[in-house]
Design a protein around this ligand. Structure first.
Ligand code: PLP
Length: 510
């Protein structure tokens, strides 16, 4: 392919993407394909002769698009949003055009320095403590990782290495393997699966401590666990707290957790993968309480900042702790400006050697939307979630399971786990909206998350009509079945739903 053809293909691809995103509501959010659909459609060998890009683009429409789950659709309400925006897509394309791998400053000075600039912009935008800025006096700073999982793993590994060094200094009688065998880390039972996985990868047990009834992990629970471990000769290393848990967007109590971590010299990392975007809002200032006492923090720009995956910001209070843990050198990696604090070699701050020019899409997105545009985006998702919450409250057949938090509403039809499962199954079969379930203390519920770069009030109404009409359909079906079969189980199920509906109406009328 020469430059002329690239221009044609590239322009056609931009048109394709613009058409796709502009008309995204026309497609059902879930694809209508069975496992193996694509394997049956494509040849088993690559083509021997080159094919024209027009054929390839045609096939993207014909075979790829039908197998896409439309994450950018405003009818997507599962997981958390995976954002994108036109400027970010262009940034991604330009970064691919440069085709660089910026693992050290010399490998593309702009890649490193732009990352330093945008990470400081972002830290200020989110009102993070000054010590996280590259431009501050101290050893802190921010870096872009691929995902929250990588950021958490980096924190866990760095904390582990720091703990090994310091414990061996104070206990020279112990061998390194003895020390490593005693390490232990903490998080809440509400934390994301990536935290447990980081423990597996770091070969260090992570105790998932019970969050309270309100899904929040507090200092007293951590203190009790640490005291038990210390008494048993174990070495507490790190606590990974969450601001915005995946299940219910609960906020761990950073202030009490940090007090315990300081007392026991335990690293405190905060996973704010989703909720971090709200730090920027004055009305959410409470979320930032205690962040001045944490050692590291991560926030996914690809969730709330209209930057496309992958782009996960991580800040360190003392970046030297990570650099010292991960610094493995070779003569071919050296350059004469190494070690200058203003120009970090970010390869020491991450797991891979190579690194993408992610700062470019961040810079382009921030400049073209402005801080005000980003804040408005977060506020819009919050407002739309409030709209959905009101619809749940008004329908007595449903109940909220946790307080609405940012763009997430956790709710369920009254009547137990079985009704929740059946309702979700009906919705999934119809493919018009996409939600997932979560569970706490044996109670299953549905998570409704506002997603998409351009979600509107009418999309919320669309989703609600779909949900409540499917519950009506389910109730009618169950009542018909119960009448037909006279089956006790069917009747029980039917009456459960009916009963909860009646109770709810009664409660409402009181
Ligand atoms: N942490 C939280 C709170 C999350 O909700 C998620 C994913 O939704 C993650 C971590 C994992 O994010 P990533 O896919 O960027 O690793």
């Amino acid at each position: 392919m020469d430059a002329k053809e690239f221009r044609e293909f590239g322009k056609a691809a931009v048109d394709f993407v613009a058409d796709y995103l502009e008309n995204i509501r026309d497609d059902e959010v879930l694809p209508n394909v069975e496992p193996g659909y694509l394997l049956d459609l494509l040849p088993t060998e690559m083509p021997e002769e080159p094919e024209s890009w027009k054929e390839v683009l045609g096939d993207i429409n014909r075979v790829i698009k039908p197998g896409i789950t439309h994450w950018q659709s405003p009818h997507m309400h599962a997981y958390y949003p995976t954002s994108t925006s036109y400027p970010s897509i262009v940034g991604e394309m330009l970064a691919s055009g440069f085709g660089i791998i910026g693992f050290s400053w010399i490998c593309s000075p702009a890649c490193t320095e732009l990352e330093v600039v945008v990470m400081d912009w972002l830290a200020k935008f989110l009102k993070l403590p000054d010590h996280f800025l590259h431009s501050s006096e101290g050893p802190g700073g921010g870096v872009i990782q691929g995902s929250a999982s990588e950021a958490v793993l980096v924190a866990v590994l760095a904390a582990r290495e720091q703990a090994v060094v310091s414990y061996r200094e104070s206990h020279p009688e112990l061998s390194e393997s003895e020390v490593r065998g005693r390490l232990v880390a903490y998080s809440s039972d509400q934390s994301n699966s990536c935290i447990e996985k980081a423990g597996v990868l770091a070969a260090m047990p992570i105790r998932l401590l019970p969050a309270g009834e309100d899904f929040v992990l507090r200092g007293e629970t951590l203190r009790q666990a640490i005291e038990e471990d210390v008494a048993a000769g174990r070495i507490p290393v790190i606590c990974i707290a969450t601001l915005g848990t995946t299940g219910t967007c609960a906020y761990d109590d950073i202030e009490t957790l940090s007090a315990v971590c300081e007392e026991y010299k335990v690293w405190l990392h905060v996973d704010a993968a989703y909720a971090g975007g709200a730090f920027a809002l004055d009305e959410c200032a409470d979320l930032r309480k205690g962040l001045d006492r944490v050692d590291s923090l991560n926030f996914n720009l690809h969730k709330f900042m209209l930057v496309n995956f992958d782009c996960s910001a991580m800040w360190l209070r003392d970046a030297n702790k990570v650099v010292d843990s991960f610094n493995v050198d070779r003569i071919y990696l050296k350059h004469k400006h190494e070690g200058q604090s203003q120009i970090p070699d970010f390869r020491h701050w991450q797991i891979p050697l190579g690194r993408r020019f992610r700062a470019l899409k961040v810079w382009i997105t921030f400049r073209t939307l402005g801080a005000e545009g980003l804040r408005n985006h977060v506020r819009k998702h919050i407002e739309l979630a409030k709209q959905f919450e009101q619809l749940v409250i008004k329908d007595s057949r449903f109940e909220l399971v946790a307080p609405r938090a940012l763009g997430l509403v956790c709710f369920r039809p009254k009547g137990g786990n079985e009704v929740t499962t059946q309702l979700l199954q009906r919705l999934m079969d119809r493919k018009k909206i996409y939600m997932v379930k979560a569970e706490h203390a044996g109670r299953q519920f549905l998570r409704f998350v506002v997603c998409g770069m351009d979600a509107k009030a009418s999309d919320i109404d669309f989703a609600w009509t779909e949900i409540e009409s499917q519950l009506t359909g389910l109730q009618e079906e169950q009542s018909l079945l119960a009448r037909k079969t006279g089956n006790v189980a069917d009747l029980t199920q039917h009456f459960q739903v009916q009963l909860s509906t009646e109770n709810a109406s009664h409660e409402k009328s009181q």
